[in-house]
Design a protein around this ligand. Structure first.
Ligand code: 3PG
Length: 305
């Protein structure tokens, strides 16, 4: 089978080598399309592929229609909002992700952003410390659990709001708040870890934000869609004490840059999962899942059943 690695944002070299090894050992052929400059390049290559490994690359109806031999696409990472899962299912294409594989990298970035924010963007101005402050985890998936582990080592208190992982959080002694407003009202630092779907879309809204403690930091390493941007702008205008640090630029990034200089920061490109380790973990898992799928029909990580 031909397995296409289509990554606008290339994997680290050591990860790529390991991914290629897994593909070849499984008896398959690897096709490489890295750092492509246009969708057309993807459209003209994807027709050869029986399987595809992507990152945040857009796999929409047009791509799926052009992928006439495609049986499976694996998103090497957690969020699969870049793949039209329903259209893929209708076409009989299996979609998978690689849950948890890049979680530590994203968690380390979230904590890094929190430190950068609380130390006044390393400007030389006196900052504050994270120790003793309360971190609110908005969501409790793999990334949030890693953030929790690191935050505890820093001496932070941690609270969480989750609807689906309440028992897992309570089991390790984490206080689960009864609402999102309640979480934000207890937080000096909020770290967002929910996917861009369903009830999470624009869930970071004015009624929730207005509860934040004085001097709060909002850290977003999830998706821009989970934030109600207009509400965040209004809130930051009213509250000059708060800061927003994000790994995903808002749609209206110019507004944020102009209005909130010194308390807004965005990474130049989404880089939460951009480490050699995360690339290796997620990329190798993706390749192994494809090899297993063709060998045994394993669909354990399928997200479009
Ligand atoms: C994910 O959902 O796994 C992260 O957002 C990483 O995305 P990336 O592979 O584009 O870095």
């Amino acid at each position: 089978m031909k397995i296409l690695i289509a990554t606008d944002k290339p994997f680290a070299e050591e990860a790529r080598e390991k991914i290629l090894k897994v593909i070849r050992k499984g008896g398959h052929e690897a096709l490489l399309l890295e750092g492509y400059k246009s969708k057309q390049e993807l459209l003209s290559t994807v027709g050869q592929a029986d399987a595809m490994i992507v990152r945040s690359d857009i796999v929409d109806a047009e791509v799926l229609d052009a992928a006439v031999n495609l049986k499976i696409v694996v998103r090497a990472g957690a969020g699969y909002d870049n793949v039209d899962c329903t259209y893929a299912r209708d076409k009989g294409v299996v979609v998978m992700n690689t849950p948890g594989q890049n979680a530590n990298a994203v968690a380390e970035l979230a904590i890094g952003l929190a430190i950068y924010g609380i130390r006044e963007f390393y400007s030389g101005k006196a900052g504050r410390e994270l120790r003793g402050r309360t971190l609110g985890l908005h969501g409790f998936g793999y990334v949030a659990r890693n953030v929790f582990r690191i935050a505890r080592a820093l001496g932070m208190k941690v609270v969480v709001y989750t609807r689906f992982s309440r028992e897992a959080a309570a089991a390790i002694g984490l206080k689960v708040t009864h609402s999102l407003e309640d979480l934000y009202s207890k937080s000096d630092v909020v770290s967002i870890h929910v996917p861009a779907k369903g009830e999470h879309i624009r869930s970071v809204s004015y009624p929730v934000l207005k509860e934040l403690r004085k001097g709060a930091l909002i850290i977003n390493t999830a998706r821009k869609e989970v934030v109600n941007e207009a509400d965040l702008v209004r809130f930051m205008e009213e509250r000059p004490d708060v800061k927003y640090l994000t790994d995903i630029e808002p749609d209206n990034k110019e507004i944020f840059r102009e209005k909130f200089a010194g308390r807004y920061y965005a990474t130049p490109k989404k880089l939460g999962a951009q480490t050699a380790e995360a690339n290796t973990n997620a990329g190798v898992a993706a390749a192994e899942q494809i090899v297993d799928f063709f060998l045994t029909g394993d669909t354990t990580c399928q997200v479009n059943k």
